[in-house]
Ligand binder design. Structure first.
Ligand SMILES: Cc1cc2nc3c(=O)[nH]c(=O)nc-3n(C[C@H](O)[C@H](O)[C@H](O)COP(=O)(O)OP(=O)(O)OC[C@H]3O[C@@H](n4cnc5c(N)ncnc54)[C@H](O)[C@@H]3O)c2cc1C
Length: 422
């Protein structure tokens, strides 16, 4: 019998397992998939490195900084800013603190009025100085937050709304204002990027830490049922095997947690990423690009030439372009013809020769982080049973890691260890 079984080798489960093993506990991680990583996987397809859905890694995430060695990830960093397709052409908005001269170009773009700039500072400013608990007081939706700040012009409709739609995986403005401000703080503090080997390098490093500390990781091991017995919990696997431990952490993600625990299924938002290969990139810019011409223009919420930031994502002489769409539950996924038409408009380029390498439809990409923002949920769910994952904290890489740390701390406390997880 093990001390702890962790079900799920995503960020939350791996972080939890690594901390517990480092404290001398006998830990085994079970995952139904054929590799660790959960929502952070990378595949090599025709020499291209494709993450399972476009995502970025923000090195400012505190839990990331204490969990992994960022240096060995060899991050390629995206420029801080956004390109916006407007009716008149293409505008670039860069981070005003990092690129002071860009303020002139931003003002000239017509996207930033003085009134909007003041309203943005009113909305985002507190996020730079106050902790999340303070921001979450009297939380409203981000739509209401912008209204209250007086942010109503093109900076909102042509820049923030389309940009945050891709980050939050929804465009109705229903997300918690406090959470949106927290993300803006991270964007202000860090320069998001991607590991040279793909996003999967993050969980792979966590798995290596956990293994080095003594944890076992069993892949292809789907958990089907949990049953308590005196002094522990038995986990029955889909292949008929069963494993026992004194304590179990369910770190399976919002799509599967209800089946194993009876917890209500957390609400989620979906994302769809289209990966295209091209010989000639449509731009020399590495900035993320959005359509600022208003809703209804097409399905793409953001697009970027990946290889300008992480050249290792494509074979020599080729470029990889990501295009992300929302995937609301119950709606039909975007059609390729529509995506190509919209990309042609956004880039102002002929994209007909681009080769579609893969399309990733991820129904449960992110837990919906609705207002009011809830305090992080306790990892203790039942006697000897714990739950971890981004749906227990904030919908992010940081949230997943923090929840894994919290579960580890709870177990160390409950198991009678006075030691605290670092
Ligand atoms: C397209 C996309 C874009 C994103 N963009 C960003 C971003 O830019 N920034 C950001 O911070 N976050 C982003 N995220 C979110 C981030 O990836 C997640 O928050 C994080 O990876 C969640 O980790 P987790 O450990 O909570 O869950 P998961 O990664 O879902 O891990 C759960 C694991 O449990 C396993 N499992 C499930 N059921 C069973 C079972 N019955 N038995 C055994 N194993 C099981 C699964 O195989 C999986 O490995 C994005 C996610 C997606 C999908």
């Amino acid at each position: 019998m093990h001390d702890v079984i962790v079900i799920g080798a995503g960020l939350a489960g791996l972080r939890c397992a690594g901390l517990l093993s480092a404290r001398g506990l006998d830990v085994v991680v079970l995952d139904a998939a054929d590799a660790v990583g959960g929502r952070q996987r990378t595949d090599i397809v025709d020499g291209f490195r494709l993450d399972r859905g476009f995502q970025v890694l923000n090195p400012a995430y505190p839990a990331l900084r204490r969990s992994v060695d960022l240096t060995t990830l060899a991050l390629g960093s995206f420029p801080v800013g956004v390109r916006v397709r407007t009716i008149d052409g293409m505008a670039e908005l860069r981070h005003p603190v990092r690129h002071p001269l860009s303020i002139i170009a931003s003002l000239r773009s017509g996207l930033v009025s003085g009134r909007d700039a003041v309203a943005l500072a009113r909305w985002a400013g507190p996020a730079l100085v106050h902790p999340l608990s303070r921001l979450a007081r009297n939380d409203v939706t981000v739509r209401e937050g912008w209204d209250a700040a007086g942010l109503r012009g093109p900076l909102r409709t042509a820049v923030l709304e389309p940009f945050l739609a891709g980050v939050l995986a929804e465009r109705g403005g229903e997300t918690s204002n406090a959470f949106a401000r927290l993300l803006v703080r991270y964007f202000a503090l860090g320069r998001p990027g991607l590991p040279a080997q793909g996003i999967a390098a993050v969980p792979e490093q966590l798995a290596a830490h956990a293994r080095a500390a003594g944890a076992g990781i069993r892949l292809g091991a789907g958990a089907e049922r949990l049953s308590a017995f005196p002094g522990g919990i038995r986990v029955d696997l889909t292949d008929g095997d069963s494993v026992r431990a004194a304590r179990v952490v369910v770190a399976v993600g919002p799509d599967a947690v209800a089946d194993l625990t009876g917890l209500a299924r957390p609400a989620t938002n979906g994302l769809q990423t289209w990966w295209f290969a091209a010989t000639d990139p449509p731009t020399a810019s590495a900035l993320l690009t959005v359509d600022g011409r208003g809703r209804g223009q097409g399905p793409v919420v953001n697009t970027v030439v990946m290889t300008h930031t992480v050249p290792s994502y494509a074979p020599a002489g080729r470029h990889l372009i990501a295009a992300t769409c929302l995937l609301p539950h119950g709606s039909d996924p975007a059609e390729e013809s529509d995506v190509r038409r919209h990309l042609g408009e956004i880039w102002g380029a002929d994209v007909s020769a681009w080769e579609l390498i893969r399309r990733d439809d991820i129904d449960d990409a992110l837990p919906a982080q609705r207002a009011p923002l809830r305090a992080p949920r306790s990892p203790r769910y039942a006697e000897r049973l714990y739950i971890a994952g981004d749906h227990r904290d904030t919908a992010s890489i940081n949230g997943a890691l923090v929840s894994g740390e919290r579960a580890a701390r709870a177990i160390l406390t409950d198991a009678g260890s006075s030691a605290r997880a670092r």
